[in-house]
Design a protein around this ligand. Sequence first.
Ligand code: BES
Ligand code: MN
Ligand code: ZN
Length: 505
Amino acid sequence: MNINAKTGIAANDTAEMLVFYLYEENKKIHTALEPFDTSFNHAISELLKNKEFVAKLNNTCTLPTYGKFPSQRIMLVGLGKKEDITIDKIRQAAGTSVKTAQNMGIKKVTSIMDSMEISAQKTEEWYQAFTEGVVLGLYQFKKYKETKPEEEKEIKILTLLLSDKEVLPLAKEGIRRGQIIADAVSFARDLVNTPSQDKTPTILSNIAKNLAKERAITCKILSVPDLKKLNMGGILGIAQGSTQPPKFIILEYNPRNKNQDTIVIVGKGITFDSGGICLKPAKGMEQMKSDMSGGATVLGIFSVLAQLKVPQRVVGLIPCTENMPGGSAIKPGDIVKFHSGKTAEVANTDAEGRLILADALAYAEKFHPDAVVDFATLTGACVVALGNIATGMMGNNEELKNRIKIAGEKSWERVWELPLWEEYQELIKSDIADIKNTGGPGAGTITAACFLSKFTEKYPWVHLDIAGTSWSEKNNAYIQKGATGVGIMLILELLKNWKKFPKEK
Ligand code: BES
Ligand code: MN
Ligand code: ZN
């Protein structure tokens, strides 16, 4: 689909369908809609007056133009109350409108952007969000389905029509950014939705290597002999039970700017989590192909850093392995020794994420990071605590947590903090090793983060538990059932406004 912006008048537009956006409380219809209302004998005003169409978010209504305008149809899309509008609702309304049009078999759509009443300062943001909603709303994972050509419906051209040519450059910039970011999210969603058989650690490494075609990006893959040399007992321990060899992906984006900060992003890359010897129940186990969502988020980010000309140095680390119960699998009670030299007793082989992340987080020190953020589908307890609305956040640095909280609100990939108080650290003490990988029945998300915190003492660090937010159980306006690609919009927003990170005294 081609998405473009231009100036013009709705009544003269030749697209098959024109889309108008309406606020719930607006009594008078928008000026852009007036010529249509007049020529339809005020049918639109009547609809609104009689509440046959109420402009609640995602409500739609289509009307034919009976040959009175170059365009055959118009669609009304509700935005809800104007005072309650958010970036998320713009994405939703955008997604809803293109999905509805596409299902009707329409190929050429024009969105009447003036009807959204965008304030001058918000132009770029709203066009970006709108574009994200369009692209992500139409996202589908169809690679493994037989497609019948007659079922193929696709919008070919979407024009965002506006009247003020002064704002056109800002609108275009918003569309450009939105398109790039939404493509990155779609790329991550594809990876997460892909069955485990087709995204082994080796396959993911090759995908990562492909991203290094960009001049500013390099990619290095550590295999078993390298991991042994580096004493990465966590990732090696978990990989023991699988016939697939583990890989440790290292991506580096370096735009070579003066004064740049180094930000390391770590992503959990369990390409299938069976639980290992502490085998998970069969019901719902298929969803554990998504246990590499953190890794997919890192790959998604790296797919667009160069295009977006991000000025900071960014390092991506993805420890990749399956967690399987093979004959040589790690057993409850075994002790692993990490890259940092610390040891852990494996009380439960299903708490594998923290073991592979421990090695990756310890390794992150090598890059002298100004900040480290990790993404991991780490605990079922996080799904219980926050559902799929907020990502769980824990960390050791107030400034970094604050920046991520703000970026979360701006991108609508919101995070919610849980405490990492030292009392919780008691729960992961082991009788025979430095720590153990479970913390008992309570505070599962926090004790998992406590475990990670033992490897992040040298730098500002935030852990994001995306167990709930990386997967959607149902279809929404711009998030379909399955992978969400969470975290990419958040980090790109964080990097967009990144200021030199204060060194701690
Ligand atoms: N990958 C899972 C966590 C998970 C659960 C992600 C549900 C997405 C949806 C993780 O490896 C795991 O199994 N965690 C255990 C830890 C426990 C054994 C301490 C859990 O949460 O049950
Ligand atoms: Mn597990
Ligand atoms: Zn897992």
